[in-house]
Design a protein around this ligand. Structure first.
Ligand SMILES: [Mn+2]
Length: 396
């Protein structure tokens, strides 16, 4: 597909040949009433490019909040490319380790340059920062006061006010990578050819879309349109290689533990897997994915204590009525700063509860019993089961 022969940059994010459905979706995202704290903030490719042009020559820090995953890595690379077209020098920084084997493969095989934040990381040279694929723009580090939020692009329900120069949040998109692909389609700079850089960005974006939409099961029009465009530039062998990584032994072990400790209540399956090493945390979500295949089960929650710091859990559901975001927020509520312990979208969600003071408990077995009892009771309460913790029954 030669996408933009002679196409002008349009003010509205719309791709040539978009269907009625797409027009409808585009119209509805334009009327989304997202509070950005200062009225209307421009959205769409033309607005983004006008902004990048106006800050040409500046230095941009692209921040990956939370664990690096295909969607936020792909989005960050695309933003880096766009910024470079306007003479903006950028670095991509992440604050958490790249823990998922597929993501490590992505970074390694595509030779993607990411900086892991460390104490000596010099933030002072950056004029602006950007956040993609995250519900909030809050960072785990303190940037210099002069460093402003330049761009914020995401597809989740935003948490609170996002105050940036450019804010584009589209809950009707299955991935942030698809939104960035749309910018590339509509960019006044041509994203084309078969240079290693173009291939790398396109492949990463495609992997981001695939991974966030559960292999297109949850894809929306914008994800499909983006994929059509990107398919011209991706390295298919590499894409296959990245996504066909074997399941690490650790995840397999964790799945086995989760199966042994499963606690089935109607269409719900809960499983507390105990203490999990920090680098194996993604195994919790993978377990939940796997357990959801069991017949008769509609919702799975797997949780454990990760890195002796957090109770970390993943929810997966194929229920048509359960809203993971609402469900988890109802169960766990908020901390004293008003932040929810859990949240989600569509068919998945997660929660994280700091152990805090209790992390120093020397009797881990006892601590786990306490944690499991507390968490299970919250779940049972929510689904209306008069139950006691199944600790004895399931050999935990
Ligand atoms: Mn995403």
């Amino acid at each position: 597909m030669k996408s933009k022969n002679g196409d002008k940059v349009m003010a509205k994010p719309m791709v040539k040949g978009a269907s009625l459905q797409a027009r409808h979706e585009a119209a509805s995202h334009e009327s989304d009433s997202i509070s950005t704290g200062r009225g209307e903030v421009p959205k769409g490719t033309a607005a983004l490019e006008a902004l990048l042009e106006s800050v040409s020559g500046s230095k941009l820090l692209i921040c990956i909040r939370g664990y690096p995953d295909p969607d936020n890595i792909g989005s960050s690379l695309a933003l880096q490319w766009l910024a470079r077209q306007y003479g903006i020098d950028s670095r991509i920084v992440h604050f958490e380790e790249i823990s998922h084997h597929e993501n490590r493969a992505l970074v390694k095989k595509l030779d993607i340059e990411l900086d892991e934040w460390h104490e000596g990381f010099d933030c002072s040279k950056f004029d602006y920062y950007a956040v993609t694929d995250s519900q909030t723009a809050e960072l785990p580090i303190k940037l210099p006061g002069s460093c402003q939020l330049l761009a914020f692009v995401d597809h989740h329900k935003p948490l609170g006010n996002i105050q940036g120069r450019f804010v584009d949040i589209r809950e009707n998109s299955g991935s942030t990578s698809a939104i960035f692909a749309e910018y590339l389609v509509e960019s006044s700079h041509r994203f084309e050819g078969s240079s290693p850089e173009i291939t790398k960005i396109a492949t990463a974006l495609m992997h981001g879309i695939r991974s966030d939409t559960d292999n297109f099961v949850n894809a929306t029009m914008i994800d499909y349109r983006a994929s059509e465009f990107l398919s011209n530039f991706v390295d298919k062998d590499l894409l296959a290689l990245i996504s066909r990584q074997s399941i690490p032994a650790k995840t397999m072990d964790l799945t086995q533990i989760a199966l042994q400790r499963k606690d089935i209540r109607g269409t719900f399956m809960f499983s507390g897997v105990g203490f999990v090493r920090d680098e194996d945390r993604d195994g919790i979500g993978q377990c939940a994915d796997y357990l959801l295949h069991r017949e008769g089960i509609e919702t799975v929650i797997v949780y454990g204590v990760v890195g002796n710091e957090y109770i970390d859990g993943s929810l997966r559901t194929k229920s048509h009525t359960l809203d993971p975001d609402k469900w988890l927020k109802d169960v766990f509520g908020q901390d004293k700063d008003g932040n929810y312990y859990g949240g989600g979208r569509k068919d998945k969600g997660g929660f994280q509860i700091p152990l805090g003071f209790f992390a120093s408990c020397s009797d881990k077995e006892l601590l786990w019993i306490l944690i499991k009892k507390t968490i299970d009771e919250l779940f049972y309460d929510k689904i209306g089961v008069e139950g006691k913790s199944s600790l004895d029954g399931e050999g935990a």
